[in-house]
Design a binder for this molecule. Structure first.
Ligand SMILES: Cc1ncc(COP(=O)(O)O)c(C=O)c1O
Length: 494
């Protein structure tokens, strides 16, 4: 390999399943001798007749097992994680310290109000902070993630029109939208109409006007959009929709680009979900945990899911349910760990929270400037928090975005998001976030440029990458079509 590679050799451990390491009678705990003589009268019907079949492993082997497995993972604590749209930002350690306080870990937010004052206060203060930041009058913290926030928002859209006695079931969605947008519309029982974007990746105002009608419930638009571009016509878009009696849903997954800088209220937004695990730093990937805040305009506050945190006149905290609430969208009031981290993150920045957006945008532009001579930038407009390129310049080489992504792994980097948004050919969506230093960004760009030069030279060895990862190039189609889901089946197959 070459000097830009960050990968180490020789210390990647093969690791069997914990069950394969099990030896009868070996254990990883030592409890004091039980000196209680309890009468043990359990109905035999409730007694287990068979062994538990748990692995029997010593403490050090358990520690090594999980530590070794963790070395197979890529993490933000290891290196830049440029996965566009996902906002893999650094999770400050203070977040973990606060979330680990016994006042929170040893209580449950669903305790009777009197015992859960500290928790309700967290939900209340986070709600107030986010209302102030977005300039929106209503909020819920209940949804478990962005897509769940979308569903919550669309349920409110449906309830709004039902209350008004209107039948509107169309949601307009631009072709650059994240896959969850159309999926959520379908799940909410609404129909989508896709809108083609302009060359520069903005919503086409003419196309919007042509597709409006009395059956249009809402437009669902991401801003900044998935090309990393700010929808500069957003206020006009809101006016056009409102004149048609429709609502404006702004997918706020990219809110980290504008936090503390703009007012969603003044833009005319009616509903927006903010991915707390992205903009407000809870670590995510690998399935969670996540959390979303859904902010709404006056038109929708009475439909918010409950319970909502309130501060009473005597200074105590409690829960309330809006009069025409769509009900609960989750058992609890929202993921407490995510809310705690989000509030800690906001308070750590205080009045300087806008610097998050400024640094995120600056870092994406450092990347754009260095790479735009080597890769085709997807939009000629200003780059916000992520730089999206296509593989148009590499078309003649026979090597494409997939080869680039796999080769990056050999240099010690997680690949960016690829082949999304769908309206950009061979898209590479690079989101550095605000956390990274200029040195890290420069190194990443040098690696990208080196790979671009290898592509130019038609270096077909890239087709075998990754060669320095724990698992090499896998047959992704085969894995999706004929997945081997059982480890033991795989063993016998071999
Ligand atoms: C633009 C956009 N919308 C919605 C979502 C869905 O959010 P979540 O993954 O939290 O469900 C994402 C996630 O990446 C996104 O990038």
């Amino acid at each position: 390999m070459n000097d830009l590679s960050l990968t180490r050799d020789g210390q990647i451990y093969e690791e069997p399943l914990i069950f394969e390491k099990s030896r009868d009678g070996r254990d990883g705990f030592s409890l004091p001798q039980d000196d209680l003589e309890l009468p043990l009268e359990i109905d035999p019907a409730y007694l287990r007749g068979d062994d538990l079949h748990l692995p029997e492993v010593s403490e050090i082997d358990i520690v090594r097992h999980f530590t070794r497995l963790s070395t197979w993972n890529y993490a933000i604590d290891l290196n830049l994680y440029p996965l566009g749209s996902c906002t893999m930002k650094y999770n400050p350690r203070i977040n973990e310290e606060i979330a680990a306080l016994p006042q929170f870990t040893e209580k449950h937010p669903d305790l009777p109000e009197i015992y859960a004052q500290n928790f309700i206060k967290i939900y209340y203060e986070l709600s107030e902070c986010l209302k102030a930041l977005t300039d929106m009058p209503g909020i819920t913290l209940q949804p478990a993630a962005g897509a769940h926030g979308e569903l919550t928002g669309l349920f409110m859209v449906r309830r709004y029109f039902k209350t008004r006695g209107e039948t509107r079931n169309i949601v307009l969605v631009p072709d650059s939208a994240h896959g969850t947008n159309p999926a959520t519309c379908t799940l909410a029982g609404l129909q989508i109409k896709e809108l083609k974007s302009t060359e520069d990746g903005l919503l086409d105002m003419e196309v919007l006007r042509q597709n409006l009608g009395p059956d249009v419930a809402a437009l669902m638009i991401t801003n900044p959009n998935t090309l990393g571009v700010f929808e500069k016509n957003i206020s006009e878009i809101a006016h056009i929709l409102h004149d048609n009696g429709s609502l404006l849903y702004m997918d706020g997954a990219n809110y980290n680009a504008i936090v503390g800088k703009v007012s969603l209220g003044k833009m005319g937004v009616d509903i927006s979900h903010l991915n707390l695990h992205k903009t407000f730093s809870t670590p995510h990937g690998g399935g969670g945990p996540g959390g979303a805040a859904v902010v709404v305009s006056d038109k929708l506050t009475s439909f918010l899911p409950g319970p909502l945190p309130v501060r009473r006149e005597d200074g105590s905290y409690g829960w309330s349910f809006p009069e025409a609430s769509i009900g609960r969208v989750k058992a609890g009031p929202g993921h407490s760990g995510v809310s705690l981290r989000a509030l800690t993150y906001i308070y750590s920045y205080g009045n300087e929270i806008h610097k998050v957006a400024e640094s995120a945008v600056l870092n994406a532009n450092i990347i754009r400037k260095q790479l735009e001579k080597h890769f085709q930038i997807a939009s000629g407009l200003n780059t916000m928090h992520e730089a999206v390129f296509s593989d148009a310049m590499q078309k003649k080489t026979g090597l494409d975005t997939l080869n680039l992504a796999k080769t990056l792994i050999d240099y010690g980097y997680h690949p960016p998001t690829v082949f999304f948004p769908l309206n950009v050919h061979g898209a590479m969506m690079i989101e550095p976030t605000e956390s990274e230093s200029p040195e890290t960004l420069d190194h990443f760009c040098q690696v990208m440029i080196q790979i671009a030069e290898r592509m130019e030279k038609q270096d077909n060895s890239m087709k075998e990458s990754p060669r320095r990862a724990f698992v090499g190039r896998i047959d992704e189609t085969g894995a999706a079509r004929q997945p081997t889901l059982n480890y033991f089946t795989k063993k016998t197959d071999l």
